[in-house]
Design a protein around this ligand. Sequence first.
Ligand code: TA6
Length: 293
Amino acid sequence: AKDWNGIDQVVLRSPHGPSAKVSLYGGQITSWRNEKGEELLFTSSKAIFKPPKAIRGGISTCFPQFGNCGSPELHGFARNKLWIIDDNPPPMPPNDSDGKTCVDLLLKPSEEDPKCWPYSFEYRLRVMLAADGGLTLISRVRNINGKPFNFSFAYHTYLLVSDISEVRIEGLETLDYLDNLRQRERFTEQGDAVTIESEMDRVYLRSPNVIAVLDHERKRTFVLRKEGLSDVVVWNPWEKRSKSMVDFGDEEYKQMLCVDAAAVEKPITLKPGEEWTGRLQLLVVPSSFCSEQ
Ligand code: TA6
């Protein structure tokens, strides 16, 4: 299949109805649907599906920076590049893809990469869709360079929600966070859950590996399970900032919430030959299911 810009995308379908779409542009997840065919990820109606910007929505992988390194590309170049399908990926832990439909993508350095991160790497992204609709992303970055390198990383995940004022995030309470709206000053979360009532842009530090995003109105909960990624970024642009983004509708902030599994505070270091793995697993369950657990 092709995406809106004529670029190839891979459609994953589970036998019971859930599906996901992965664009080779950016290796980005552009759609994730449940068994009823309902979309679970937000994509802006004003999204621009061509370089140099990443597609506004879905799940993009921010690599090798979350932020920028002096180049105009925010959040690294991986999400602005054309990836290739990896037909022969190196082995993964046994049973990892059992019963799941899956695609493997590969990104390697190219001449056009920004000069501020001049390292040789192989980045492999596996996207898997389970029979129950669970979506798993596994990133493996290998240093094939003669010297060590550092990078930061995020799965920039735009969840589709019914009404931002009715959403709560559980799992971040009592954590320290860096507030990007206040010069990255450090604060401690005081609430018993995170709710969003104005612009928010925070990096929650050293979070537990399971975070729940409860959508009260739709009575469903996104369960995010991460591995190899210590932080969680929470972002909503709210009213004023929304109006300043060309590829975002003025009112769309009410229907989205970014909750990103990330490694931001402490970059990851890889020595020559070493490999890092970072996983994100997303599942949607009825809200009553969560409170019974
Ligand atoms: O922390 C999240 C954030 O970096 C915000 O500061 C905001 O700039 C946003 O991500 C950018 O999202 P985009 O999808 O445009 O890359």
